[in-house]
Design a binder for this molecule. Structure first.
Ligand SMILES: [Zn+2]
Length: 447
């Protein structure tokens, strides 16, 4: 008799700081250790890399894993699905408390390594195991971890499957069923379906966009939207600046290719742009054109923008950080006049991103756009599609996987509610086969 427990550690009451633990008798696998960034940003002058875990737990910025003390068992592995901060951002604060390796795909592993290297409070010495989609790692003789390829707004994202003597547990936290991705392969539908035939005990799934009707548009649509804005214009010689998520490598890859079609030199600016893209290039995920320029350091960025002003704005396409109006980002510094780039009336600023719906971000973004408009910039907003599955994508995944139990994770109670309504349509019963978990709770799955 195998007993299974699903422990909601973080990310069940909120967006961010995701962490789930799966207990198979006394062997525990931790899935994701994320950061909730907006809980850090409300404090001025916070330096996370110097802060203690308990302080961050009290701020609600990282998962409260002290509850793990009450769980009967030993942590055998920490597994991360992808490299977004709300999935790996707490590794440097929590992982050292467990004698367990960290298993993730190559790109995610490189980002985790960077997190650990920049940590200044704790020494994190967990073994890092890099494993590709389609591969399986044996944790004990009874428990193994399998990665299945999927798509999301960052490369090298996987579904995680934990195989137990009772059947499989699938963890689908952050995915998009994109059949026409612009980088990487479509999700491995064959494997998802065969897993459904083999028998899945539980599906733990993100619920972010479960409230949005229909299916999430493919990244190919975003590719076309961005292309239409950049190339579909009669004013092809004005200054253009584009901003998007530094971790969205496929989007950046598209933008870089459009720069070529525009006859401009693509110029990536900002510390995070440099880190995410340089890592992707080093690992062979992208091939960049020879003329691409990437600058992360403050001085390099200043020099690069001086060059753009000197040689002509029509020669370059700056691709910058700052789509949410983040303090210290390149775009807000340009808007504030703190960098040697002058916005002139008619210059175009393209936001290839949505506004993250929290009041702090909305205020930052409002201030940024207003400052840019006051200088005469023309704003192109939301030239973007989401990286999270919509309601009908969730419906399809649920019907392919056919789990006995479903648990929405990674979201607010509103997001979980939307998921629950959809799952009820698919025949699941709340409190019986469909479960609403809150942070700190353990669900026991009995025969
Ligand atoms: Zn994500």
């Amino acid at each position: 008799m195998t007993e299974i427990g699903i422990i909601a550690v973080g990310g069940y009451n909120e967006m961010g700081r995701n962490m789930t633990a799966i207990r198979v008798d006394e062997d525990i696998i931790i899935l994701d250790m994320g950061l909730r960034l907006d809980r850090v940003q409300i404090h001025e002058d916070v330096e996370i890399d110097k802060m203690h875990s308990l302080e961050l737990i009290n701020m609600g910025a990282i998962p409260d894993d002290t509850i793990m003390n009450d769980v009967n068992g030993n942590v055998r592995a920490i597994v991360c699905t992808h490299g977004h901060l709300d999935h790996i951002g707490a590794i440097s604060k929590l992982a050292h408390r467990y004698t367990a390796p960290i298993i993730s795909t190559p790109y995610t592993t490189a980002l985790i390594k960077h997190q650990i290297d920049s940590e200044r409070k704790f020494g994190v010495k967990n073994n890092l195991i890099s494993m590709g989609a389609g591969e399986t790692y044996e944790i004990t003789k009874d428990v193994s971890v399998e990665f299945i390829n999927t798509q999301h707004s960052i490369i090298d994202t996987v579904f995680v499957v934990i195989h137990t003597p009772k059947g499989a547990i699938m963890y689908a936290c952050d995915f998009k069923l994109d059949r026409t991705p612009t980088l990487g392969e479509a999700p491995d539908f064959d494997r998802i379906k065969s897993l459904g035939e083999e028998g899945v005990i539980a599906l733990i799934t993100e619920s972010t966009n479960a409230g949005r009707s229909g299916k999430a548009p493919s990244e190919q649509i975003a590719h076309d939207l961005v292309k239409d804005v950049l190339l579909g214009t009669e004013e092809s010689d004005v200054g253009v600046i584009i901003t998007t998520f530094a971790s969205h490598i496929s989007r950046l890859n598209s933008i870089i290719s459009f720069a070529e079609e525009m006859g401009r030199i693509p110029m990536l600016l900002g510390r995070s742009m440099d880190r995410y893209m340089t890592t992707a290039k080093e690992l062979g995920f992208v091939e960049l054109p020879r003329n691409v320029e990437i600058y992360g350091q403050r001085r390099e960025v200043e020099k690069a923008l001086e060059k753009v002003m000197r040689e002509g704005k029509d020669k370059y396409l700056p691709i910058v950080t700052g789509h949410q109006g983040e303090p210290g980002s390149i775009l807000i510094r340009i808007a504030n006049g703190d960098l040697p780039y002058t916005i002139e009336p008619g210059d175009k600023i393209i936001f290839s991103a949505n506004v993250i719906p929290n009041p702090l971000t909305q205020a930052n973004r409002y201030a940024l756009e207003t400052k840019l408009r006051m200088k005469g910039a023309r704003i192109y907003d939301n030239v973007h599609v989401s990286g999270h599955a919509y309601r009908e994508d969730h419906w399809e995944l649920l019907r392919m996987v056919k789990p006995e139990h479903v648990i929405p994770a990674h979201g607010t109670i509103e997001m979980h509610s939307a998921y629950i309504e959809m799952a009820e349509d698919a025949g699941y019963v709340l409190g019986d086969t469909l479960h609403l978990l809150r942070n700190g709770e353990e669900l026991y799955i009995e025969d």
